[in-house]
Design a protein around this ligand. Structure first.
Ligand code: FES
Length: 209
């Protein structure tokens, strides 16, 4: 077993490999673990996954490079996606993207000079009701105006949304274990935590009005 993963993720990696009849079938979930640990799919992570799945680094790299959600280069703690697909385009998606570039100081595909934010232009994010749609680390943030976007960036910088939006690479904070299920209590606790964080943010917004 490679010494690449930190202890909690190492245990998770071992569990994942045992979930599948063929070890190589665990490649994608293991790559998510690499991204959770390093924020992107690092070379050391690729080697660790190859080791665990009995494949080669070239095979793992080939798989990772196929999927948009895996990043082979470092990205910021927060990956901001702005949708410019049809519904969002008609609702100011391009203008929102331009505003995001200005606020973050980087073009789509780039990272802010402080390394905290990366920006990408996204295809439909399946949240067209809230166009123009913005996601941060694949969580919907529903900031539809430039001023809401800037307030969200300030909140993220100040750590006020850590409960809702973990660092890039944290796909899910509720880990499945042994089988493919998390316990009801774990799911309920995570949902409670999310809704409390949202309620606190709404209350803070009301106070500042
Ligand atoms: S078109 Fe933007 S979320 Fe669907």
């Amino acid at each position: 077993m490679s010494g690449f993963f930190r202890p909690d993720l190492r245990q998770r990696a071992e569990e994942l490999v045992t979930l599948y009849p063929r070890r190589r079938s665990a490649t994608l979930p293991l790559l998510h673990l690499v991204q959770e640990q390093d924020g992107y799919v690092s070379e050391a992570g690729i080697e660790a996954v190859a080791d665990l799945t009995g494949t080669t680094p070239a095979e793992v790299r080939g798989t990772a490079s196929f999927y948009d959600m895996f990043h082979l280069e470092p990205v910021g703690r927060y990956l901001v996606g702005v949708c410019t697909n049809v519904a969002c385009l008609l609702s100011g998606g391009l203008e929102m993207l331009e505003h995001a570039e200005e606020t973050l100081g980087c073009a789509p595909g780039g990272t802010s000079s402080d390394g905290v934010f990366s920006l990408e232009e996204s295809e439909c994010l399946a949240d067209c009701n809230f166009a123009p749609c913005v996601q941060v680390n694949y969580r919907y943030v529903r900031t539809r105006t430039p001023s809401e976007f800037d307030a969200m960036v300030d909140d993220l910088r100040a750590g006020r949304r850590d409960q809702e939006i973990p660092p890039h690479g944290t796909h899910s904070r509720v880990k499945r274990h042994v089988t493919l299920r998390a316990t009801k209590e774990e799911v309920a606790a995570e949902r409670r935590r999310q809704s409390e964080a949202r309620a606190a943010r709404e209350a803070a917004k009301e106070e500042t009005k």
